[in-house]
Design a protein around this ligand. Structure first.
Ligand code: FES
Length: 108
């Protein structure tokens, strides 16, 4: 009898090489049909769902002011560290990152 892993469980996935995203930079990646936006603020990278929870705006094109990411469509703003939407009905999904051997890894 063989064991089969639970396909629905989140798995650690390499999102990018840490060197790919310099301080102040950003990158969108697609993992298992999900768009994830990675932002480097002050040398620390943060990964969030790249699709705005309001109406699907492209957050990779959002305006970043410190840790506050503003959606380019209707202006909702989210803290990329926590996903907090500052009182809006939907917070932003975040993917805590860790660096392993120069690669950014998250549970996706
Ligand atoms: S789609 Fe992002 S604020 Fe509306």
């Amino acid at each position: 009898m063989s064991e089969s892993p639970d396909a629905a469980a989140s798995q650690p996935v390499v999102l990018a090489d840490a060197d790919d995203i310099q301080e102040g930079g950003r990158k969108e990646v697609v993992v298992e049909n999900r768009k994830i936006a990675i932002f480097n603020v002050d040398g620390q990278c943060y990964a969030v769902n790249a699709i705005c929870p309001h109406r699907g705006g492209p957050l990779i094109r959002g305006t970043l002011d410190g840790y506050r990411l503003r959606c380019p469509i209707h202006g909702w703003a989210f803290d990329i560290r926590t996903g907090d939407s500052n009182g809006r009905p939907h917070d932003l999904e975040i993917f805590p990152l860790r660096c392993e051997n120069g690669r950014l890894v998250a549970e996706v």
